[in-house]
Ligand binder design. Structure first.
Ligand SMILES: [Fe+2]
Length: 277
């Protein structure tokens, strides 16, 4: 128990379910306990949070500055609350392990989702800890990847057309690559994390020839997906999750066609870029 809230780990490596708190009225003591829990567990889950989108945006300010969403905000929602909306006639196509925005110099550190409309079952989201994934590497692999850098680049996805104009999408091919460390150091807890992403974003290893680098990245990307490093969030109405995007990969499961699903999303402005371990 901390600040009168109950924090229950979901798996040994990642995730916590937190109860005994109303996110519409968080005390400063509770806010501090939530920041600590997020840093330790990488993802924190709350159930039965019947709060408005305005309250959602306000709550998220305990983790930093909220930014205006690049997802289209719906009428009546504050600009920092975006909608991830899969309509009944639509099929969700983002169903792969990934991190959002790794192609930016400052990838979003903290993201949150609040369930607004759910299919009868399915549509779960999985979250994997990149810190646990690093710890789970062999000593030999840790030595092999020390000091390496990866090159990331933006690419079109299902959400692109909701965010960007045709001109912006066309310009993506010309976008510069962004260089990140392959092994990052989390300054908040001193832990190293394996900073990989799906190959459509994480294109190559700077210090290696393509073939060698691609094979190594593929191996590391597969490694992160081991069940030991992840948990599966089964959404319920009014479930809310906050996670460290830059220290996790997530996988939205696309198994609920032809049902509808709508989640609200809030992004916290990153203040640091990943640093080499
Ligand atoms: Fe995502």
């Amino acid at each position: 128990m901390s600040a009168n809230i109950d924090i229950r780990p979901i798996t040994p490596n990642v995730g916590a379910e937190i109860s005994g708190i109303d996110l519409g009225q968080v005390t400063s003591g509770q806010a501090e306990a939530l920041r600590v829990a997020l840093a330790e567990r990488k993802a924190i889950v709350f159930r039965d949070q019947d709060i408005t989108t305005i309250q959602f945006a306000q709550f998220m300010q305990i983790f930093g500055e909220t930014v205006k969403e690049d997802l289209v905000a719906e009428e009546g929602n504050p600009p920092e609350v975006g909608a991830i909306h899969i309509r009944p006639e639509e099929r969700q196509r983002i169903n792969f392990w990934h991190m959002d925005h790794s192609f930016r110099e400052y990838p979003s550190k903290v993201l949150a989702l609040h369930a607004h409309m759910l299919p009868p079952c399915g549509g779960d989201t999985l979250f994997a800890s990149l810190e646990a994934a690093y710890d789970g590497l062999s000593d030999e692999m840790k030595t092999r990847i020390e000091g390496l850098h990866t090159l990331h680049k933006v690419t079109q996805t299902q959400n692109s057309k909701r965010r960007y104009t045709r001109e912006v999408i066309d310009a993506m091919d010309e976008a510069p690559t962004v260089r990140h460390p392959l092994v990052g150091l989390n300054p908040d807890n001193g832990r190293k994390f394996l900073f990989v992403n799906i190959p459509i974003y994480c294109r190559s290893i700077e210090e290696m020839q393509n073939e060698e680098g691609d094979a190594l990245l593929a191996k590391l990307y597969r490694h992160v997906q081991r069940p030991e490093f992840h948990f599966r969030l089964i959404w319920r109405p009014n479930t809310l999750i906050v996670w460290e995007n830059v220290h996790c990969l997530h996988y939205p499961v696309a198994d609920y066609f032809p049902h509808e699903r709508k989640l609200w999303r809030v992004v916290i402005k990153p203040t640091t870029r990943p640093v080499l371990a």
